[in-house]
Design a protein around this ligand. Structure first.
Ligand SMILES: Cc1cc2nc3c(=O)[nH]c(=O)nc-3n(C[C@H](O)[C@H](O)[C@H](O)COP(=O)(O)OP(=O)(O)OC[C@H]3O[C@@H](n4cnc5c(N)ncnc54)[C@H](O)[C@@H]3O)c2cc1C
Ligand SMILES: NC(=O)c1ccc[n+]([C@@H]2O[C@H](COP(=O)([O-])OP(=O)(O)OC[C@H]3O[C@@H](n4cnc5c(N)ncnc54)[C@H](O)[C@@H]3O)[C@@H](O)[C@H]2O)c1
Length: 458
């Protein structure tokens, strides 16, 4: 027998629960299905645990630098990983539990535990129960990609999920992948006391950033004693006397790195392979991402895909924005589209990188006339006062419309400061509006108008 609902939501990540609330408030009978932990990746194995641990790593780093500020710590600074983990577990568990109780107490909403699988375009099986609905919303997220490299089955490896459970300081962590996950974990464990080697096959770290930004990130990490291997493709794994080896295809440096622990941070894979999509006729691309239009509709009428699994974003804020788009179009008679949003994200190394819009390189390639402004963080008094002068800020402007095309703020507070630029971009205001705004002293943001007053032709 099929249990009928007005809407089925698969996954309780960053879009599903908020959508369940809006649909149920609109009087719909909603079923939401989760097979692992409530809250999905961000809450359990992504943003929340990593940023909690990044905060511990920052405390360790600052304690080691205490002398720079005239603060005396008698004795050595050391890290108790059991306590770091306990703090992280408490914050994560509270967050996951609050998503669960929110959903379980939601009027008109029924929670199902188990793995959902389509039986047809409008029916989904969870265990022994078959659910039917005219509308289904897929919010199944992604998982770490495990590359099928020779020797992978011979070595103990970790991913973003399993490395979070470690309660000791690894002696030497090898990180394959020099992007978000590799860099955030790499710096964090270096600050906990590990030796860290980051292996990246591209010629630079976080390769889609501008060259000077990538170079500044490399400087920050090398300054802390992290070994960085660029142009080095990991091609195999092995074991040597209780240690793990990573074989590299590289023109420079040793062709093998040996360490005590291994983190695979080589990208993600959508959780669409076991969803029974063929039974429903729902299309995916060659990487398994659900194919959607600008309103997040799949090719099957009545089926939407939200969050990381649609390949249109890979962040919590893009998944949440997907919820807002679907809810607005379905319930508020609005017309919102994915293409209306401006790319924005942060990289949570310390100091963080805040990014909005196009890179300078993308603007250059587009051929449009543009202006550029840059300022090193050494010329920002707030950074000088805090003793955190690494990094730079950079902005690029369309020289015809005078609107901001993009910006990078790599420096203390960069993840927050970027928002004044982002909001000016959404307002489609000329840069002069931001240039003339009176900002508060002493802040990093107060130097944005100054930087905008010193623009040069790109
Ligand atoms: C280490 C790490 C750090 C990150 N840090 C940040 C950050 O600082 N800022 C940021 O913006 N983003 C960050 N991200 C990315 C962010 O976590 C994701 O973009 C976000 O969680 C995506 O949300 P989602 O709703 O699409 O999917 P998810 O949060 O992955 O949720 C999907 C849910 O669906 C469930 N599910 C899957 N298949 C089924 C099924 N068949 N049946 C039932 N349930 C199913 C899963 O169990 C999961 O709970 C990070 C990611 C990682 C890995
Ligand atoms: N701050 C944040 O918002 C944040 C933090 C963590 C993760 N995330 C999300 O998680 C996703 C995954 O992050 P990620 O860092 O795992 O993946 P990624 O796709 O961003 O980067 C993977 C990196 O691994 C490299 N690589 C792949 N195979 C390799 C090999 N064999 N040898 C050497 N290098 C190799 C690639 O060149 C690339 O630089 C990102 O898309 C991001 O959106 C976001």
């Amino acid at each position: 027998m099929t249990v009928t609902y007005d809407a089925i939501i698969i996954g309780t990540g960053q879009a599903g629960p908020s959508l369940a609330e809006r649909l149920s408030q609109a009087g719909m009978k909603v079923a939401i299905i989760e097979r692992e932990r409530f809250g999905g990746t961000c809450v359990n194995t992504g943003c929340t645990p990593t940023k909690t641990m990044v905060a511990s790593a920052y405390a360790a780093h600052l304690a080691r630098r205490a002398g720079d500020f005239g603060v005396v710590i008698n004795g050595q600074v050391s890290v108790d990983m059991k306590r770091v983990k306990a703090r992280k577990d408490e914050i994560v568990n509270n967050s996951s539990k609050s998503v669960e109780s929110w959903l379980r107490n939601m009027r008109n909403c029924t929670v199902y535990l188990g793995s959902a699988r389509f039986e047809s375009a409008h029916t989904v099986r969870v265990g022994d129960t078959v659910l039917g609905a005219e509308r289904t919303f897929i919010n199944v997220g992604t998982r770490a990609r495990i590359p099928a490299l020779p020797g992978i089955d011979q070595v103990p490896f970790t991913t973003n999920s399993s490395l979070l459970n470690i309660d000791l300081v690894p002696e030497h962590l090898i990180t394959i992948g020099g992007s978000y996950i590799g860099l955030e974990f790499g710096q964090m464990f270096r600050r906990f006391g590990s030796r860290v080697t980051i292996v990246e096959m591209a010629p630079r770290l976080i390769q889609h950033e501008d060259e000077n930004v990538s170079a500044a990130i490399k400087d920050i990490l090398e300054h802390e004693g992290i070994d960085i291997r660029l142009n080095a493709t990991c091609i195999s794994f092995g074991r040597k006397g209780g240690q793990i080896t990573a074989g590299l295809d590289c023109a420079e440096g040793p062709p093998e790195v040996t360490g005590s622990h291994l983190l695979l941070a080589v990208g993600r894979q959508p959780n669409t392979d076991d969803l029974g999509l063929d039974k429903a006729g729902i299309r995916v691309d060659k990487h398994g991402y659900l194919v959607v239009d600008d309103e997040l509709k799949t090719n099957v009428p009545g089926v939407w895909a939200l969050g990381d699994c649609n390949g249109k974003g890979a962040f919590t804020h893009t998944a949440y924005n997907d919820f807002e788009i679907v809810a607005a179009n379905l319930l508020d008679k609005e017309s919102r589209k994915v293409s209306d949003r401006i790319p924005a994200y942060a990289l949570y190394i310390d100091p963080p990188l805040g990014r909005a819009g196009m890179t300078v390189d993308q603007v250059r390639k587009s051929g449009r006339p543009a202006l550029i402004g840059t300022r090193p963080m050494t010329h920002v008094m707030r950074a000088v006062e805090k003793g955190e002068t690494l990094g730079l800020m950079q902005v690029v402007i369309d020289n015809e419309t005078k609107q901001i095309l993009g910006a990078a703020i790599l420096g203390t507070g960069g993840d927050e400061v970027i928002h004044c630029i982002l909001d000016t971009m959404y307002a489609k205001a000329p840069f002069s509006v931001l240039q003339r705004a009176m900002h508060i002293h002493p802040t990093v943001s107060e130097l944005i108008p100054t930087m905008l007053g010193e623009l040069q032709l790109l």
